[in-house]
Design a protein around this ligand. Structure first.
Ligand code: ZN
Ligand code: FE
Ligand code: FE
Ligand code: ZN
Length: 273
């Protein structure tokens, strides 16, 4: 395990709560785990509501207040820990006005933009693994994903883009050179003033690799797109996991700083050694 000094100079901005129906442990337990590691700042980013018709892997509209209260409880349980209130909001082309309305209900510290759907297909769900393994037009799927991603980055709705190359989750990677897709996507991020998240959940998935890849991150760095850090913890013991590797990756791709957020204002901090 990395030392407390290392964690003390980092933040984990991607953590969930039981309110999304696929995570365990109260926010206060995540905060205690973070404190044990030596983290001094964390942020929750629960899945934002979507309209009826999608699956139920997120807050219901009437639970936004419950979520805010759980995070406030965690603050009381972990005095001395800075706890940001974020939200992981979908980019869904047809239902973006709804997402925008939900996001406007609270003064979040940051809004994490995630693409988990192509149309109504949740390509991130465990049931999608077979489709990915049997997929005959992998590059076309990636192209479609990054097209949505580009729209998301241009929407002005998000502060940082969550798990930027989530399409690789189940392992299959196109044979084609995907860097032109990355470049187009990241141009939108650079122009939109949006950061990208280094998300260590990929290490725990079939692909066994941090999101995003080094190829993606090198282009991001060249373009001056800032990074944020998140474990995407769905259980307290996942807080801060893989962060040593995440920082090593960031440095190898040219980064020296990372982003923190407060009330959607971004500041840059030096990466820990
Ligand atoms: Zn989740
Ligand atoms: Fe996600
Ligand atoms: Fe998440
Ligand atoms: Zn996530």
């Amino acid at each position: 395990m990395a030392d407390a000094g290392f964690y003390g100079r980092l933040v984990d901005y991607h953590m969930h709560t039981p309110l999304c129906h696929h995570a365990e442990g109260a926010p206060a337990e995540y905060a205690r785990r973070a404190a044990a590691l030596g983290l001094k700042e964390i942020g929750f980013s629960e899945h934002c509501p979507l309209p009826d018709g999608y699956d139920r892997l997120r807050l219901r509209e009437d639970q936004l207040g419950d979520y805010v209260r759980l995070v406030e409880e965690a603050r009381r349980a972990a005095p001395g820990m800075v706890i940001r209130l974020g939200v992981e909001a979908e980019y869904v082309r047809e239902d973006l006005p709804y997402v925008r309305r939900m996001v406007e209900r609270h003064a979040w510290d940051y809004i994490l933009g995630s693409v988990h759907y192509m149309g109504m297909w949740n390509f991130d769900a465990p049931e999608a693994e077979r489709e990915w393994r049997e997929c005959a037009d992998l590059y076309e799927k990636w192209r479609q994903y990054f097209e949505l991603w580009r729209e998301a980055a241009s929407s002005g709705l998000y502060d940082t883009m969550g798990h930027p190359d989530l399409v690789k989750k189940f392992g299959p990677i196109p044979r084609e050179d995907c860097r032109p897709l990355f470049r187009e996507a990241l141009t939108a991020a650079a122009e939109g003033g949006v950061a990208v998240e280094i998300n260590t959940a990929g290490l725990r998935k079939p692909v066994k690799e941090i999101y995003p890849s080094a190829a993606f991150l090198r282009i991001a760095c060249e373009m001056g797109v800032p990074i944020s850090f998140g474990s995407d913890a769905h259980a307290p013991d996942e807080v801060g996991s893989g962060f040593r590797q995440a920082v090593d990756l960031a440095r190898a791709c040219g980064y020296r700083e990372y982003a923190r957020f407060e009330k959607r204002r971004r500041t840059l901090w030096p990466l820990p050694a």
